[in-house]
Design a protein around this ligand. Structure first.
Ligand code: GCW
Length: 784
């Protein structure tokens, strides 16, 4: 293998290829022989071989081709620039790792969009906002970490899927990152990521001139403020010549912004842009600007309107190196939202779409949720601007409106716990990079590629994993918030377990407006908030009337009675019941699917995911029961199929003979079966006991308890004999028993006869009161 040039990234390409080939060959060193791989930029190739004279490639673009001589074979990896060579090397490895015959290779690719960034929400203290995989690889205790080895590995990971930028810190509380000492550390990070073509950027606090610069104002139009930013930016570029730019969250959720001085986002963005422009840096200005003190009594108030209302009128006022970065939907990374209308509203401004790789509202990596199908729907969505074909993918690529910049940003949330915690969650990081590179790829193709490189080449294994991935988002939607309700989670706290009313009667504006008669938010032009009017006429027409709004967004756009009929004739309320049962059943099926892989995949991976999927299957039941019993009570309309509110196999803890345990009301009530549970205040332990008066036979036992912070201990006893014990200590949110931490323990088969005494003994530990909701005994179907 040889490289034609000395460029840094070309050298990285060679190192990566060697490393990859060695690993693919199982450690057998590369042959010395007549075959060769040649790496070089297009300029180098032209000099090297005359027949390449007419070859021309853009930066980041690559070409891989195989040349068959009589004796020797040569594979050329040609890049438009050295970064293109690196991407080519990774593409070659991607193909080889999937067993493709590169003897016939001819791969020619270029990225669809220039900006392919990940955003980290890491804080200087090493915590990560909405991160679910441990602490920061970048920061600790107010400083950049000494050990940057994981940062180098992360840059490799990013480059391997074509990601070219990494914005390092949280958009909240960003001012400390511009301190001189911090910038020195940031320069070390930049140096570590540079060999992989990943440029670093920083989130900045618009109030920095005042907070850390000692000025009396941060008014973006004040000359001293402008000057402060220029000086600061020069200081950054002195140390980081390829610094990518700034990301800004302003006038949003308590962050300072230009509004305090009567200035607009364009004023603020352009001040930063002017400081960055001489160095080639850009400003990613987030459109996530809204009032979180909205009046919920005002039927016209609507958070979904905010981005468009604020930014649309500024179109054309932003400097050329400003990009408006908009979340994919108008609210906030919910399990389902319509596409943000702002994408169609800015035709003279460069745009990027922000998605979340970290699963804030989609199960926080404890649930398997492959997000590529959701992103893909957004990318493919035709905004019909001016009546023409303008899918989001082409708008953000800069293609639709001929913009010089644009792209995709993924909020990554990676940490020191195996990047994303769950091994299968890494498919999301992979898919993000692949879609930003090529939004034409299908989520299924991407899942297949990923599985083949990561887990196995064995076709039945690949089929199983890909099927699980592909079904995971629809399943999660079904059991957490279908029909456009959005994730029915605790929106003022954990964003994790069910809490259906937390979104109501407060200023955050994530309202679903469920009452006794009906549910959903009227956003139509004719009778609602007028949000629908922010879309182009073609799109607005589809959402304006409930009759033609797609079912999966019905309640986002319309308030309807529970008896309203969906397109297939089913009522809204029955759909809510059915989808929750189906979603939870699918989560249970994932566990069975995974079990079929036993012995066929890496045993550690198998065991790791098995635990997670067991947990998910149980938590899906928590979700199902919470949402179903909530809407049953609110609507008063029974489930056609008799399931909602009826749990014939359950023995409730509050109905047991209790020793030590006392009955508590769980908040919100829907998070516990019947709204009640028991909690143990006695250090030596408490017992809940039931006498069995069902039929004799074999039963599968499940114990539903609350896993709080502490190592409480549980034992299940039959007629006084301990059968099974467990000490749960998963790190789940919330300090009180609720749907965040309600957990299901599934025990082996128990044989019961009438008169048997069943008991659970719980021993508290620290803040964990060994709280218990119920036990369930499911009759086992006799073997045929
Ligand atoms: O999704 C919400 C999160 C906040 C986040 C905010 C944002 C960084 O709950 O944690 O803050 O969005 O995107 O700015």
């Amino acid at each position: 293998m040889s490289t034609l040039g000395q460029d840094l990234l070309e050298q990285t390409a060679a190192i990566e290829l060697r490393r990859g080939l060695l690993s693919l060959s199982g450690g057998v060193p590369l042959e010395v022989g007549p075959n060769q791989i040649l790496l070089g930029t297009v300029a180098e190739m032209r000099v090297h071989d005359k027949k390449n004279r007419s070859l021309s490639l853009e930066p980041d673009e690559f070409l891989i081709r195989a040349d068959h001589g009589d004796l020797a074979r040569e594979i050329d990896v040609v890049g438009g620039d050295d970064r293109g060579v690196l991407y080519g090397a990774f593409a070659l490895l991607r193909a080889l790792a999937q067993g493709e015959d590169m003897g016939k290779a001819n791969l020619h690719e270029k990225p669809a969009m220039p900006i392919r960034w990940v955003d980290e929400w890491d804080n200087a203290d090493g915590s990560i906002e909405r991160g679910y995989a441990g602490r920061s690889i970048f920061f600790d205790a107010g400083h950049v970490r000494d050990d940057l080895a994981p940062v180098g590995e992360y840059a490799r990971l990013l480059a391997s899927v074509g990601i070219n930028g990494c914005n390092l810190n949280n958009v909240n509380n960003a001012s400390v990152f511009l301190n001189p000492e911090m910038l020195k550390g940031i320069a070390r990070i930049a140096e570590t990521m540079r060999p992989y073509g990943v440029r670093v950027g920083l989130s900045v606090d618009i109030a920095s001139p005042e907070k850390i610069g000692g000025l009396k104002t941060y008014d973006p139009l004040d000359p001293a403020v402008k000057n402060w930013w220029s000086t600061k930016v020069n200081e950054i570029y002195d140390q980081i010549p390829d610094f990518a730019g700034f990301t800004v969250k302003a006038d949003s959720e308590g962050q300072p912004g230009p509004a305090s001085f009567g200035r607009t986002p364009a004023d603020a963005a352009n001040t930063l842009a002017a400081a960055l422009a001489p160095h080639g840096g850009i400003v990613m200005y987030r459109a996530f600007v809204y009032n979180h003190h909205l009046d919920w009594r005002d039927p016209k108030a609507d958070r979904a309107r905010a981005a468009y209302d604020i930014f649309r009128s500024l179109d054309g006022k932003f400097a050329p190196n400003v990009v408006i970065q908009t979340k994919e939907g108008p609210i906030d990374f919910q399990v389902r939202e319509p596409v943000s209308p702002l994408f169609g509203g800015l035709t003279q401004t460069s745009q990027a779409m922000e998605v979340q790789i970290t699963q804030e509202y989609t199960g926080q990596q404890r649930h398997l949720v492959y997000l590529a199908p959701m992103w893909k729907q957004v990318l493919d969505f035709d905004m019909q601007v001016g009546g023409g074909y303008t899918p989001v993918s082409e708008i953000i690529a800069g293609k639709s409106f001929h913009r010089p910049l644009g792209g995709m940003v993924g909020v990554s949330g990676i940490g020191r716990d195996a990047w994303l915690g769950s091994p299968l969650a890494l498919a999301n990081l992979y898919a993000f990079g692949r879609l930003a590179w090529n939004p034409e790829l299908t989520p299924e193709e991407i899942a297949t590629e990923w599985t083949r490189q990561t887990i196995s080449l064995n076709p039945p294994v690949v089929r199983t994993v890909v099927t699980m991935l592909m079904q995971s988002w629809p399943a999660y939607e079904d059991y957490t918030g279908p029909l456009g309700l959005q994730t029915l989670t605790d929106i003022t706290g954990s964003h994790y377990g069910p809490n259906i009313e937390s979104s109501e009667r407060n200023g955050w504006g994530q309202w679903h407006k469920a009452d006794h008669e009906g549910v959903g938010f009227d956003r139509s032009v004719s009778t609602g908030t007028g949000y629908v009017g922010q879309y182009s006429p073609g799109v607005a027409k589809m959402y304006e009337s409930a009759a033609i709004t797609p079912d999966d967004l019905l309640l986002f756009f319309h308030h309807v009675p529970y008896t309203y009929k969906l397109h297939d004739g089913k009522t809204v309320i029955q759909y809510l019941y059915d989808s929750h049962y189906e979603g939870a059943a699918r989560a249970a099926q994932f566990l069975e699917d995974w079990k079929s892989l036993k012995g066929r995949i890496d045993p550690d991976l198998y065991a790791n995911m098995l635990r997670r999927l067991e947990y998910q299957a149980g938590h899906a039941i928590v979700w199902r029961d919470a949402v179903v019993q909530y809407f049953l009570k609110l609507s008063g309309i029974p489930d056609d199929r008799g399931r909602a509110g009826h749990y014939p196999n359950r023995l409730e803890a509050e109905d047991a003979r209790l020793t030590g345990y006392h009955v508590i009301d769980v908040t919100p009530w829907e998070d516990a079966s019947g709204g009640k549970a028991v909690s143990c205040p006695v250090a030596s332990g408490c017992t809940a006991e039931w006498t069995w008066n069902g039929a004799a036979g074999n039963f599968q036992l499940a114990v539903q308890y609350f896993d709080l912070q502490g190592d409480a201990h549980f034992t299940f006893l039959l007629n006084g004999n301990p059968l099974v014990s467990w000490t749960p200590n998963a790190d789940l949110p919330s300090r009180r028993p609720n749907g965040d931490n309600s957990t299901r323990f599934t025990a082996p088969t128990v044989n019961l006869k009438p008169g048997d005494v069943l008991a659970v003994k719980g021993t508290p530990d620290g803040a964990d009161p060994a709280a218990l909701d119920y036990i369930e005994l499911l009759p086992e179907t006799p073997e045929k």
